[in-house]
Design a protein around this ligand. Structure first.
Ligand code: AMP
Ligand code: MG
Length: 476
């Protein structure tokens, strides 16, 4: 459909006024298109021929509105590094309408009521990171917000130095965060709280609308989805980096890509966020932080649902998380059934990987082709005995599974590529000088990370030492 014929709606604006602020985007100067997501455009019913048009650029730059669109920012609060901030909100994101139940949002489109002194902008490097990474998550089959397009500009934005501003057109079935619910609960705005949670249920958990005890069930399902999401993150070695409750989705999506990282070598203690000196959001802590965040959500929901019941559910989190995690890791190791001691075998493997500093993604891709000859696996190890011992147990575990079937299924769940920070940095460095070919290339492998992509083989290797564990800051 042509852009001018698309009708957008604004369902969120049916909520009480405190939930949002009507605001116009402030366009960037001299914008230009960097990349668009053709498949996503098709699924939204946008005519792909329009994606290179001036109208589409104007849409992403906040200059052209969809039919029926009213633009607004959402209000929320959140626990940041454990401390409650009673009002945050979309300080640089502006919603521009809903098509096919997907809410479109411009990140970096200028100040809003919630900007708190910030400039409402996003710089090119962080926008490229979000644009590529959300597609990479989607390609890995992990729930995430997505991005329809990214534009650059000659608009100057100051961070530690002058940089250029960019906008990502983000798309999600929900932008509600744990912190959105916390905002209304904390300020004792119970009418708004109830309206918001009813809205979230109708939008994302419609089967609960008429059920008894719906607010408890809502909590319970958010908990399940959060546990599942984090189990998936752990299984691919994804470190989010800023799991503040304002960055946690109530529908279990990965949102707000900041200083994230994929592990290079397996390291339980990996920290990817420069500002996170204590490692609150380190890789190994993510499942525990998930529970902490759910506790904050539970407290925020306590005016609506019985806290004792929610506490009971929260107590089940560790087991729920563990079951999801072991089941995903078992698939990665090619087990066709689950056995009681699989958890132990997985734990031992991670211990060996930690000790020998083995590249996480490369290991799983390599073992996916393992049929008895240990050479390729042992070449990833600085010394062999711990891995040989583990492989003895593994051989025993898979001895009754057909090898070629196991290999096929393992290759379909163990990606050849993840977007490591050094790769994205390379793409950003050339983008800064006007060459976006690496953005295009990374987008391709992000979409189909299980494919061979022989031309990009170099990105499937272990990260060289000087590029390992690159940390990023929140400033973007
Ligand atoms: P983040 O660390 O990106 O999740 O942002 C935390 C909060 O700060 C959110 O409320 C953002 O909207 C807000 N924020 C981040 N950067 C800016 C900016 N440049 N201008 C205004 N608000 C911002
Ligand atoms: Mg955020």
């Amino acid at each position: 459909m042509k852009l001018k014929d698309i009708k957008s709606t604004n369902p969120y604006l049916r909520l009480p006024k405190l939930c949002y602020d009507i605001v116009e985007p402030t366009p960037l100067k001299k914008p230009f298109l960097i990349h668009f997501n053709k498949q996503l455009a098709i699924s939204l019913g946008v005519d792909v021929e329009e994606l290179e048009s001036d109208d589409f650029l104007a849409l992403v730059n906040g200059e052209l509105k969809l039919n029926g669109s009213e633009t607004f920012a959402m209000c929320y609060a959140g626990h940041q590094f454990g401390f409650f901030v009673d009002r945050l909100g979309d300080g640089r994101a502006i919603n521009i309408g809903t098509i096919r139940d997907q809410h479109l949002q411009l990140k970096g489109a200028g100040v809003t009521l919630y900007s708190r002194g910030g400039d409402g902008r996003a710089v090119l490097r962080s926008s490229i990171r979000e644009y590529l990474m959300s597609e990479a998550m989607h390609g890995l089959g992990i729930e995430t917000t997505r991005a329809l397009a990214i534009i650059g500009s000659e608009h100057r934005v100051y961070r530690e130095e002058w940089e250029s501003g960019a906008i990502v057109l983000r798309v999600s079935p929900s932008w509600i965060r744990f912190g959105t619910i916390e905002y209304f609960s904390h300020h004792k705005k119970y009418r708004e709280l109830e309206a918001l949670v009813d809205y979230a249920i109708a939008e994302s958990y419609p089967h609960l609308i008429n059920s008894e005890d719906k607010y408890f069930k809502f909590f319970s399902e958010v908990l399940e989805r959060t546990a599942m999401l984090i189990a998936k993150w752990q299984s691919v070695g994804f470190n989010h980096g800023v799991m503040n409750t304002d960055n946690i989705s109530i529908v279990g999506l990965t949102i707000d890509y900041g200083p994230y990282a994929f592990l290079d070598d397996y390291d339980f203690y990996n920290i990817c966020n420069h500002t996170d000196q204590n490692g609150r959001y380190s890789f190994g802590n993510q499942p525990i932080v998930g529970k902490w965040n759910l506790k904050a959500l539970m407290n925020a929901l306590s005016p609506l649902a019985r806290i004792e019941k929610m506490k009971q559910k929260l107590n089940e989190y560790d087991l729920i998380y563990r079951d999801y995690y072991i089941s995903i890791m078992s698939q990665k190791l090619g087990f066709d059934t689950q056995r009681d001691d699989d958890g132990e075998l997985i734990r031992e493997l991670l211990g060996v990987m930690q000790k020998l500093s083995i590249d996480y993604t490369l290991f799983f891709r390599t073992i996916s082709r393992y049929g008895g000859d240990r050479g390729d696996i042992l070449r990833l190890c600085s010394y062999h005995s711990p891995m040989n011992e583990w492989l003895d147990s593994y051989d025993d575990r898979v001895k009754n599974i057909d090898v070629s079937q196991r290999i096929d299924s393992m290759l379909s769940v163990n990606p050849k590529y993840v977007l490591k920070n050094y790769m994205i940095d390379e793409a950003i460095a050339s983008a800064k000088s006007g060459d976006f070919s690496l953005v295009d290339a990374l987008f391709e492998i992000a979409k189909t990370p299980y494919d061979e992509h022989a031309e990009y083989e170099r990105w499937s290797k272990a990260t060289v030492d000087k590029y390992k564990n690159l940390m990023l800051s929140c400033s973007s």
